[in-house]
Write a protein that binds this ligand. Structure first.
Ligand SMILES: Nc1ncnc2c1ncn2[C@@H]1O[C@H](COP(=O)(O)OP(=O)(O)O)[C@@H](O)[C@H]1O
Ligand SMILES: [Mg+2]
Length: 233
C-alpha cells in the first residue's frame, strides 16, 4: 500500500461552528509530519474524517489513495490513536488487543510482542479501566501498531506520558518514519516537534496556514515555537 495521506478541501460544520474550512495537505513517508494549531483549529476533526469516523460536508480524505472505509484490513493499512480513553473499562489491556487482532486475522502472538514493546507487559492482565492516562496511551499505541501499518495517525500522543514515555514515544515515531512509514502527529509540544518532525503543518480556523519543512521554519524564526506564535497570530 502507498503510504500517502491526502486531504483535499475538507469542509465540516457542527451546527453554527465551522470546524473545517478547506483543510488541504498531504503527508508522505519517511518523516514525521507535525500537525499543529490552536485548540479548536480542526486537527482532531481532520483525523476523524481520515478514519471515516466523521463525514465531511465537502472534500476528500484519502489514505494510500483510498478512503479508509474501503480498506480490507484497516489495521494493516492505518494505525491510529485518537482518544486514549476509548476502551472497554472492564476488559484487560491484553484482551482489548486480542479482540482487535482477531477481528483482522492478526496472530495472537503479535499482541504479547507489542505489550512488551510499549512497556505494558506487567499491566497487561489488569482491567484497562484502572489504567492511568499514560498507560492508556501505551495501549492505544500498541493497538495502532498491531497490523504494522505504513501509516500512523496520532492525536496528541505525548499527553499523559511520564518522562521515560516521552523518550519512548520520540524514538518510536522517529523509528517508524526512518523505516519509510508515514507518521502524522498532532501536538502542542513545539520543543518536541522541532527535533522530531521533518515537516510541520500549521492550521488555524479549519485550514492550513503554513506547510513547511521544520528546518526552514527554524532558520527563519529561530525556533518552531516562535514560528508557530507568529503564524497563528
Ligand atoms: N462533535 C462535535 N460537535 C460539535 N462541535 C464539534 C465537534 N467536534 C468538534 N467540534 C468543534 O469543531 C472545532 C474543531 O475542533 P477539533 O477538530 O477538535 O480541534 P482541535 O483538535 O484542533 O483542537 C471546534 O470548534 C470544536 O468545538
Ligand atoms: Mg484535538
Amino acid at each position: 500500500m502507498d503510504a500517502t495521506i491526502e486531504v483535499r478541501g475538507l469542509r465540516k460544520r457542527y451546527g453554527p461552528t465551522v470546524a473545517l474550512d478547506g483543510m488541504t495537505f498531504t503527508a508522505g513517508p519517511g518523516r514525521v509530519t507535525g500537525f499543529v494549531g490552536p485548540n479548536g483549529a480542526g486537527k482532531s476533526t481532520t483525523l476523524r474524517v481520515l478514519l471515516g469516523l466523521d463525514r465531511p460536508d465537502a472534500g476528500t480524505a484519502l489514505v494510500g489513495g483510498r478512503r479508509y472505509a474501503t480498506l480490507d484490513r484497516p489495521l494493516t493499512g492505518v494505525g491510529a490513536l485518537l482518544d486514549a480513553g476509548a476502551l472497554h473499562p472492564g476488559r484487560s489491556g491484553r484482551d482489548h488487543l486480542l479482540w482487535m487482532a482477531r477481528s483482522q486475522r492478526i496472530a495472537a502472538g503479535r499482541v504479547d510482542e507489542l505489550l512488551d514493546e510499549v512497556g505494558l507487559h506487567d499491566q497487561a492482565r489488569r482491567r484497562a479501566g484502572g489504567y492511568s492516562l499514560g498507560m492508556r496511551v501505551r495501549l492505544g499505541v500498541a493497538a495502532a501498531l498491531l497490523g504494522d501499518p505504513p501509516i500512523l495517525l496520532l492525536d496528541e500522543p505525548f499527553n499523559g506520558l511520564d518522562p521515560a514515555g516521552f523518550v519512548w514515544m520520540r524514538e518510536l515515531l522517529r523509528g517508524r518514519a526512518e523505516s519509510g512509514r508515514t507518521v502524522l502527529v498532532s501536538s502542542h509540544l513545539m520543543g518536541e516537534l522541532q527535533d522530531l518532525a521533518g515537516q510541520v503543518i500549521v492550521v488555524a480556523g479549519g485550514r492550513v496556514v503554513a506547510d513547511v519543512a521544520t528546518r526552514d521554519l527554524r532558520d527563519r524564526y529561530g525556533s518552531l515555537e516562535s514560528a508557530y506564535l507568529e503564524l497563528v497570530r
